[in-house]
Design a protein around this ligand. Structure first.
Ligand SMILES: [Cu+2]
Length: 371
């Protein structure tokens, strides 16, 4: 095949592929909210202003190169300083910049105004998951990378839908509602970002940033952590599900019931098998990123739990490090993240998995007493 044929074929293939990619192509995402539409429009206005300036400037330049070239006998003008020209080429750009800055500033002011929200959600970044607390609604949960993505990470992810962009518990919000977000972090700096909403906000430990949105249409909107936050930065996606008011209300009721059910049984005695089985799930969601499915960790950063001093030592010490973490290391305190049953289960699991055979267990009641 000749060079030209090949180039032409590549061009055809590219052209055929374009419609399929038109959704995101090379431009910004237009998004679904008023904020994202404004950002998109401002971006387009700026782009076309740049294009117009480019056409005028390069047009004048190429025309001068062509029409006044030496071979045509052009003779250079011989003058210095022209006040009129200098004033004109200073004033015109200033006018253009100010004209572009006014709508941009007005949009920024609107973006910053988080008043009059009907619902406030606190978003907290963790290594490596998000926590959503519905203020005044009594609902709070963690949102982790979906297990379908986690399971495929070391294998073949090609068949996984929304690979690395799916979570176990999405953030659910009602449509046509002004929702205010207060955003912070529990450890390092993360950033909460859903392109379709039109903004990104840093989650900084010790600070509270706020933002708002109002999603007009039901749908699923996906995003990611947008601040490099450590080993699993690419594995803490954000999924927002906008539901109609009725669906949202039903979801809220179900979520409350689910939270209560998950914490139930804290007062009864559990068997070793029950705890190990439950602990396996907790471990797979909360601990596996650092300590690995095999329990062998990634030493020296993330220690092995196989036959370690703590996992095969006195159970009180084991409970203590899981509940309270270890200051100055990546081992965070799980006391606030997990309920009594989950804490008891994960500790019991670690003592009876990966080849550890302690045969002992800790009851949820004992965790409650240790809080
Ligand atoms: Cu992050």
């Amino acid at each position: 095949m000749g060079q030209h044929t090949r180039t032409a074929m590549a061009g055809l293939l590219l052209a055929a592929a374009l419609p399929a990619r038109a959704d995101y192509g090379m431009n910004l995402v237009r998004g679904v909210t008023e904020t994202s539409h404004t950002a998109f429009d401002l971006h387009m206005i700026s782009l076309w202003v740049c294009v117009a300036i480019g056409v005028v400037v390069f047009g004048a330049m190429f025309y001068a190169l062509f029409a006044f070239r030496k071979s045509r006998g052009a003779v250079a003008a011989n003058f210095h300083e022209n006040t009129t020209v200098e004033v004109v080429w200073t004033i015109i750009p200033i006018v253009i910049l100010v004209a572009m800055a006014i709508p941009a500033t007005l949009s920024l002011i609107k973006l910053e105004d988080t008043s009059d929200a009907e619902l406030t959600i606190k978003v907290t970044g963790y290594q490596w998951r998000w926590q959503y607390e519905y203020i005044d609604q009594g609902v709070s949960f963690f949102s982790n990378l979906a297990s379908s993505s986690r399971d495929a990470m070391n294998g073949d992810p090609s068949g996984v839908e929304n690979y690395l962009l799916d979570v176990d518990h999405p953030l659910v919000v009602p449509v046509n509602t002004r929702v205010r977000f207060v955003i912070t972090s529990n450890d390092v700096i993360h950033a909460w970002w859903v392109p379709a909403l039109g903004w990104k906000q840093d989650a900084v430990p010790g600070f509270i940033n706020d933002a708002w949105t109002n999603i007009p249409e039901p749908g699923v909107y996906r995003g990611q952590c947008a601040e490099l936050c450590g080993k699993d930065h690419g594995f803490m996606p954000v999924v927002v599900e906008a539901k109609t008011r009725e669906d949202y209300d039903a979801w809220l009721v179900a979520k409350k019931a689910e939270t209560e059910a998950a914490a139930s049984g804290a007062d009864r005695d559990w068997t070793l098998d029950e705890l190990v089985e439950r602990g396996k799930g907790v471990y797979g969601t909360y601990c596996v990123a650092c300590h690995q499915a095999s329990g062998q960790g990634i030493p020296p950063a993330f220690p092995s739990l196989v036959g370690s001093k703590i996992t095969t030592g006195p159970i009180e010490g084991h409970v203590d490090i899981v509940m309270h973490g270890k200051a100055g290391t990546a081992m965070q305190a799980f006391a606030a993240q997990l309920n009594d049953v989950d804490l008891a289960a994960v500790v019991t699991y670690e003592r009876n998995a990966f080849g550890n055979t302690m045969g002992d267990l800790v009851q949820p009641k004992a965790i409650k007493a240790a809080r």
